[in-house]
Design a protein. Structure first.
Length: 684
């Protein structure tokens, strides 16, 4: 095989030295063309060059391969045929033949395909016209993200204009499943890049006994690299047509937020209903920020009617919170505002609002030359409600702590502090009667702890070493009993508990050194903490256990987090009453996750005479291409299932279908269906 390499620039000077007409042609301004082939011939009179056999042509970053190619120097048109492949940047063209204008870069490919690495989409056309590096037009075309030659789905169009950096816009579009037409659209735009692009998200369909048949059509808009927006049209046969908005943004210095809203004229209630929420974090500097979490509903039953998640439809309160923070080396100043709506109360007139509260905290700092430290918690709050007394409250808790011990053996400290409270009270909002009162209550305490640890050589297959650490701790708290009935009662901060209590705890920690091949990792294995208290006098605030003089022992508390396996974790938080010989509360749970899409979780929650339920979650990809999910909660105190949600997803390489079915008390049944064309439908 002979290989000939031809440079257009050198042809004039070397290949055709005896041809004056060729020597007079100016040098191409776009650069050199190089051609490799098995054989090369030339028509000197017409200035046409022909290459055959394993032809490879390179020009301005483009590589073209074919079985045969001709180049007309007069018209500067390149014509390649048979097994044509053109690669330039992210773009790949394949077809039977191509004509390429070397001056403009315009090319026409017959019966070809177009791919781009920035997209999963494959375009097929009877004729593909390359306008420039980013624009292509196709006639009698199809597109799909499935593998050829037998795609699971495809779109057919009479004419398609493609911007490889944005969208493909088609006219006369038909959607096919296999080769069966199922939908016709006179016009449609498709995003063809993997980056975020504006466009329609796939509609969400479903049915709910509360809201009827549902069709949700979302439009996704990319405003800028740091902002996007989703607009929704929500059609519900029982409730009407709702509109929704979800706006996300990132600003300078890490400031970010999200704004959402929903509005509907409820046909069942015959009135407008909706909600608005804003979550914002404003970072002014590393030491100053403002955070806002605003949640407002048009009425108190909105979440029960329109909330879909358990945390929404059974929400106990709707809170709006704004917090501002400024820190220095040893102090922090914060402002706090909270407006709460108690959704379980008959109305909101008795709900306490904090409008606002300003707090000053001083972190522990040493007094010079002595082992004594000072810290401070203080606040002043304006407390408001529609009925009942309102007013202002000042609290402060300055404290001195003496630290001692034996380094490496014993840590010990003792503290003394004073609770300071002052009130200005009005009988009712706008009332003229004001009362001023205050109170002082000392508090003393001490704490001592040590740590004992040992490392064991295990020498196992994976576990090489085991570290066991035990930390016992003893603490004491004293605050005298004090009549506080004359003070207003806004919350539990207004009733300080007299205490004379000793608490003991022991914490056991296990950690391991694991080795797999040349990789060494250190992993927590188990953390167990036992706590017990004895009240020598006074009282204690314990919502789950009755306390009197004959029951000085507190509940025995157990907290544990144990990794039974790298993929399995067991947790428990339990309180055991020594007198009733039964658990006051318990919350065991186990979680399994193989990091391959298969997971399971089971947890039990019980608080004596308050709540008792079992919650389970299961998800598996074991039956690929199916993904199955199940979530349920079962109540023992009011027997029956609180909620059950079943989900199924069927996923192929280029498409997926998901279905979910939900059922909860009140005859609320819901069904939702979603369909996704992988790599084509816009996603957030």
């Amino acid at each position: 095989m002979t290989h000939t390499r031809l440079f257009i620039l050198l042809i004039c000077l070397v290949v055709l030295p005896a041809t004056p007409s060729l020597g007079a042609v100016p040098m191409p301004t776009e650069g050199n063309i190089s051609i490799n082939s098995d054989s090369m011939s030339q028509d000197t009179a017409n200035e046409v060059f022909t290459a055959t056999g394993h032809v490879t042509i390179r020009w301005q970053g483009m590589t073209l391969t074919a079985d045969k190619a001709t180049y007309d120097r007069k018209t500067r048109v390149l014509h390649a045929t048979d097994n044509v492949l053109v690669v330039k940047g992210d773009e790949t063209l394949r077809g039977n033949s191509i004509k390429l204008d070397m001056d403009t870069g315009r090319g026409e490919l017959e019966k070809g395909t177009l791919n781009s690495t920035t997209s999963n989409v494959t375009f097929i056309g009877e004729k593909i016209t390359r306008i420039n590096d980013n624009e292509v037009e196709l006639t009698t075309t199809e597109l799909t993200t499935c593998d050829l030659p037998d795609p699971s789905w495809k779109f057919g169009a009479d004419h398609l204009k493609v911007n490889l950096l944005g969208y493909a816009v088609g006219r006369g579009v038909t959607f096919y499943i296999k080769d069966v037409p199922v939908l016709y659209l006179p016009w449609m735009a498709f995003p063809v890049v993997r980056e975020r692009k504006s466009g329609l998200l796939f509609p969400r369909m479903g049915y709910s006994s509360n809201r009827g048949a549902q069709l949700d059509i979302p439009l996704y808009l990319v405003i800028s690299p740091s902002q996007d927006l989703v607009l929704d049209l929500d059609f519900e046969t029982k409730r009407g047509v709702g509109t929704g908005v979800d706006y996300r943004y990132i600003w300078n210095r890490g400031s970010e937020g999200r704004f959402g809203g929903y509005l509907i004229y409820d046909l069942l209630k015959d009135r407008w209903r909706g909600q608005m929420n804003l979550n914002h974090k404003e970072i002014f500097s590393p030491t100053m920020n403002v955070r806002a979490d605003i949640n407002l509903d048009s009425d108190r039953s909105f979440q029960g009617d329109f909330g879909e998640k358990s945390g929404d439809y059974n929400r106990q309160s709707n809170d709006t919170v704004v917090n501002a923070l400024k820190t220095w080396q040893n102090y922090a100043l914060s402002g706090y505002l909270r407006f709460a709506e108690d959704l379980y109360a008959a109305d909101n007139s008795h709900t306490l609002q904090t409008l606002p509260e300003v707090s000053l905290a001083g972190v522990r700092q040493q007094i010079p030359s002595i082992p004594v430290y000072f810290d401070l918690d203080s606040s002043v709050a304006n407390l408001y409600r529609e009925v009942d007394p309102t007013g202002q409250r000042l609290t402060a808790f300055p404290r001195l702590t003496y630290v001692t011990g034996l380094p490496g053996y014993l840590n010990a400290s003792a503290y003394a502090g004073l609770h300071v409270r002052g009130y200005t009270t009005q009988d009712s909002p706008g009332g003229t009667t004001k009362e001023n009162d205050g109170d002082l209550l000392p508090e003393l305490g001490a704490r001592a702890s040590t740590s004992l640890s040992r490392v064991y050589d295990i020498g196992g297959t994976a576990l090489k070493k085991l570290r066991h650490e035990i930390t016992p701790e003893l603490s004491y708290t004293y605050a005298p009993n004090h009549d506080q009935s004359r003070l207003p009662f806004y919350d539990y901060n207004d009733r300080l508990v007299g205490q004379n209590i000793i608490s003991a705890s022991v914490t056991s920690f296990l950690g391991g050194k694991f080795q797999t091949g040349d990789t060494t990792t250190y992993r927590d294995i188990s953390l167990i903490r036992l706590t017990q208290g004895y009240s020598a006098g006074g009282t204690r605030r314990d919502l789950l256990t009755m306390v009197d003089a004959n029951r000085p022992w507190t509940d025995l508390t157990l907290q544990s987090e144990t990794w039974l396996h790298p993929l399995a974790k067991f947790t428990i938080d339990a309180r055991y009453n020594l007198y009733d010989k039964r658990f006051s509360s318990t919350a065991p749970g186990v979680e399994l996750d193989d990091k391959q899409g298969n997971s399971a979780a089971l947890s039990y929650r019980m608080a004596r005479n308050q709540v008792e339920y079992l919650e389970g979650k299961l998800a598996t990809k074991y039956f690929t291409p199916w993904t199955l999910g199940y979530t349920t909660r079962y109540s023992f105190d009011r027997p029956g299932f609180l909620e059950s949600v079943y989900s199924v997803e069927y996923r192929q390489k280029c498409w997926s279908v998901n279905v979910s079915i939900g059922d909860r008390p009140g005859s609320h049944f819901s069904f939702h269906f979603g369909f996704n064309l992988e790599g084509l439908m816009t996603s957030k």
